[in-house]
Design a protein around this ligand. Structure first.
Ligand SMILES: [Ca+2]
Ligand SMILES: [Ca+2]
Length: 191
């Protein structure tokens, strides 16, 4: 029994501690400077932010819709895992169209309908808003990371639109001094 305990202890020490570190956040408060560094194409009515109920959204009603693409590139310190969390807001009358989120090799999609969620903003009851919490956690080692959000909507932005809020990017860093790693074992480190 005692031997087993020491074996487990040894494994634990060798593995080291994994502590998530938040590298970047945006759209968590009402600071409109948070759009800096994001690349935005085909937004509507020159709108970048809108208010939905009491939340300020990046995009939203009459702002992000058909053909809107948002993306951001991140320069990354040496790391081996990433975690991205944010809220995708489906706004108004989607006709089972899809939201697409692309992060490196990961492709996420989900379709939404007109009445999904609850009335919060934009068109009235029956054209409802659905808040989807999304988390991606994946192995990632490269020095840069690209994150893209778009949809296949085809209507006007006062009929079907979207926004996002609460973006956060966290990493597990390589051991100190390491410039490339695929885990946190110092013996596997490249200097
Ligand atoms: Ca609505
Ligand atoms: Ca449509």
């Amino acid at each position: 029994m005692r031997l087993l305990f020491f074996i487990f202890l040894q494994i634990y020490i060798t593995k080291g501690q994994e502590t998530w570190e938040t590298l970047y956040t945006s759209f968590q408060s009402d600071d409109q400077n948070d759009a800096n560094g994001w690349i935005l194409s085909n937004n509507y009515n020159e709108k970048i932010f809108t208010t939905c109920k009491s939340s300020l959204l990046f995009g939203g009603y009459n702002a992000f819709g058909t053909n809107t693409i948002v993306s951001k590139q991140f320069n990354m310190p040496p790391h081996y895992k990433i975690n991205i969390t944010f809220e995708f807001w489906k706004i108004d009358c989607w006709d089972t169209e899809f939201a697409y989120i692309i992060t490196e090799d990961t492709f996420w999609s989900r379709s939404y309908t007109c009445t999904q969620g609850e009335q919060q903003c934009g068109g009235a009851v029956g054209w409802d808003e659905y808040i989807q919490s999304i988390t991606f956690e994946m192995n990632h080692y490269q020095e840069s990371l690209i994150f893209i959000v778009t949809t296949n909507l085809d209507g006007t932005p006062n009929d079907e639109s979207w926004g996002m809020r609460g973006f956060s990017l966290s990493i597990l860093r390589c051991p100190q001094g390491c410039i490339y790693c695929q885990d946190n074992n110092i013996n596997n480190c490249f200097y």
